[in-house]
Design a protein around this ligand. Structure first.
Ligand code: ADP
Ligand code: MG
Length: 476
């Protein structure tokens, strides 16, 4: 008889899109538990449930707003291995944390200034050169460049900050860039990478702003930087966005264990974790480097539905492994066979650490934001951010009409409230968020947790009814 396998639990949160489900761990012979965190006030119960279910390994991403709570929870569960660890998830919490993490490990980033003292920050902005980038560092959902602002003068910076009231004041030098590259890694091995290019004449490279993506010829130096960052984070799985500057330099823009990934990539992570946790009873998945150039030729609507993708291993005599015979030229002009490169980027076993690298006592500065913007916000601007909620174009299009979405929203909330909400965010974006990241809707004025719950329930009913209707329509 082999050794007992550890008991796996999947970590879920109300309102948060689930990164993994059981199907990502196909073949795991034991029951996989799941534990749902219900937010504020649920810590004790959550801890008891993990203990009662005798979970050894708790797998899942923790959203920014629950991060500090989970650092406490992890301390109460010293025998539970969190995957990724709370330290690996440090960068998920805020842009500030990404920066601090990169500073510590000497990882190149745009020059960044962080202020928890308002006067000091303003003084800096008065004297510095422009353009600069100002970002909201922390919040329930940071994506799509919506909280990233280019400012061209002190006056613009001051106007922005007094209306948005971000804390800390997080400023970066503006880095002119060609494009950025998203690299995803499993066990420090790059498994997917693609370029994101800004639309003509724009500086934001997020595909959410209408940019394009492609999978070809990601420079080797970018992969090397991504591996270095993944190792520094000791992350079982990881993604980073790397800016390719017009000056030819590579810099980290963002990195995290939480990212949008096609289901087949989540399957690979599941297989990797099964290998890792079973001490070799399950095979290590074989995911050749540059596979993304091949898979990227497949239409993305198909890729989105493909599952359990596997590859043959390279053998010199087997010419079926065509793409592994291809060659790549690196930045220095050296030529590498892909199968050789594949050996240069091994998938490694990430080991659990027995210390805390980023304890909250030292690294959580949120208390310094109390009273940061002591004077009241100017009339009409308080919480009055417009919400456009632009979304990644790599996600599916929504098949709904505006009319039926309005019927749904007005039906659940009443016309008056529905109108108030559509002034802040359009109907398609509401639908998108309900599908993909409902918690983002908590930023809308007039949507709190209870109402979001109602919307989610209504949404399920709406979709069910629509399906039924569709069946009738196609059957006639
Ligand atoms: N310092 C910078 N200089 C130039 N462009 C930047 C800078 N920081 C971010 N950007 C652009 O803004 C986009 C969004 O910034 P990012 O930090 O990734 O925030 P978000 O969480 O909104 O994705 C990036 O993809 C990049 O195109
Ligand atoms: Mg980004």
């Amino acid at each position: 008889m082999g050794k007992r396998l550890p008991k796996i639990g999947l970590l879920y949160m109300d309102y948060v899109l689930r990164f993994f489900d059981r199907s990502n761990f196909r073949g795991w012979p034991d029951k996989i538990e799941s534990v749902v965190y219900h937010w504020k006030g649920d810590e004790e119960r959550f801890i008891r449930e993990v203990k009662r279910k005798k979970i050894d390994v708790l797998i899942g991403n923790i959203p920014a707003t629950a991060y500090e709570t989970f650092r406490r929870i992890a301390r109460e569960l010293p025998h539970v291995r969190f995957i990724p660890s709370l330290d690996s998830q440090f960068a998920n919490k805020s842009k500030e944390n990404v920066t601090r993490f990169c500073w510590k490990y000497n990882i190149p980033v745009p020059k960044t200034y962080i202020f928890y003292d308002r006067e000091e920050g303003m003084e800096f902005l008065r004297k510095t050169s422009y353009p600069k980038i100002i970002k909201r560092s922390y919040g329930p959902s940071n994506y799509g460049g919506y909280y990233v602002h280019k400012v061209d003068s002190f006056q613009e910076a001051e106007e922005l900050l007094t209306s948005r009231r971000y804390c800390p004041i997080y400023v970066q030098d503006f880095v002119p860039m060609e494009a950025d590259i998203r690299v995803m890694l499993i066990g420090h091995k790059p498994v997917c990478a693609f370029w994101r290019r800004p639309p003509e004449g724009h500086w934001l490279t997020n595909t959410s702003q209408g940019g394009s993506m492609d999978y070809m010829d990601v420079p080797k130096g970018v992969l090397d930087l991504a591996v270095k960052v993944s190792k520094a984070a000791n992350a079982e799985y990881w993604a980073c966005d790397i800016a390719v500057g017009k000056d030819g330099e590579y810099r980290i823009l963002e990195c995290a264990t939480a990212f949008a990934a096609f289901p087949y990539i989540r399957d690979w992570i599941g297989q990797y974790l099964m290998w890792l946790l079973s001490e070799g009873r399950f095979p290590k998945p074989n995911i050749p480097i540059y596979n993304w150039e091949e898979l990227g030729k497949i239409d993305s609507s198909l890729l989105r539905t493909m599952r359990y993708i596997t590859f043959g291993r390279y053998t010199p005599s087997y010419d079926g492994a065509i793409f592994l015979h291809r060659q790549k030229v690196d930045e220095e002009g050296a030529v590498h066979k892909i199968w050789e490169l594949d050996e240069q980027y091994p998938m490694e076993a990430v080991k659990e650490r027995d210390f805390e690298e980023w304890p909250s006592e030292e690294w959580d500065f949120s208390h310094r934001c109390r009273g940061f913007w002591a004077q009241p916000a100017p009339q009409g601007t308080e919480g009055g951010e417009e919400h456009t909620f632009e979304e990644p174009s790599e996600e599916e299009e929504l098949p709904y009409t505006e009319e039926e979405l309005w019927q749904f929203l007005a039906g659940v909330l009443g016309e008056k409230r529905a109108k108030k909400i559509t002034k802040q965010i359009d109907l398609f974006n509401i639908a998108y968020n309900l599908e993909h990241q409902p918690e983002a809707l908590l930023e809308i004025k007039g949507i709190k947790e209870k109402r979001l719950q109602k919307l989610l329930e209504g949404w399920e009913t709406f979709k069910r009814n629509r399906e039924k209707k569709g069946e009738i329509e196609t059957s006639v």
